[in-house]
Ligand binder design. Sequence first.
Ligand SMILES: [Zn+2]
Length: 157
Amino acid sequence: MMSFTNPVGSGTLWFHNLATAEGTPVAYDPQARAFLPMPPFCANRVIIGCNWIAPEEGAFCRACAMTALAPDPDIPNAIDYWAETEAAKRWVIDNLGRWHWFRPEDPGTRPTFHMLADGNTLAAMGHGDGVVTMSVSEADPVVRISAGKPWMNRIER
Ligand SMILES: [Zn+2]
C-alpha cells in the first residue's frame, strides 16, 4: 500500500485517509498524487467519505463526477456499500491516472457509472456505450461469495 507525506505534520497518510493522526482534515489530489491540507473538499465527503479534492467548494471530485446514478438510500446498507464501492473506484481511477487516463490531459470520453443497490430486484452489473453499472451490494462479502446473483451461474466454468 502506498503511503503519502502528511502536508501539515509528521507521520504518513494512506490513500483513503480523511484526516491526519492529529485530526486535521486533508484531501487527496489525484493530479498531484498527494494530500493537501485545505482544499475544496468533494461534495460527497460527508455522505460517503470521499477524500478527494473538488475543483471548487460544493462540487464533486474527478471520480464522483463520473457517477450519474447513486443507489436508493432507502435500501438497507446502500450508502455504506456505495461508500466502499466508490473508494475502490477511486483507487482504480487513481492507478489508471499513472497512464494519464481520466486526467485533464486525457482527451478521451470519461465513463459514466451507475451505482445501484440490490433491493426488490437485483442490480445487474455490466457495461455498454460508456456506462458502467455496478451493484454496490457486492461490497458485502456475503453477497459477493454467495450464488445469489443469477448471472454468476452463467460464468461458471
Ligand atoms: Zn468524490
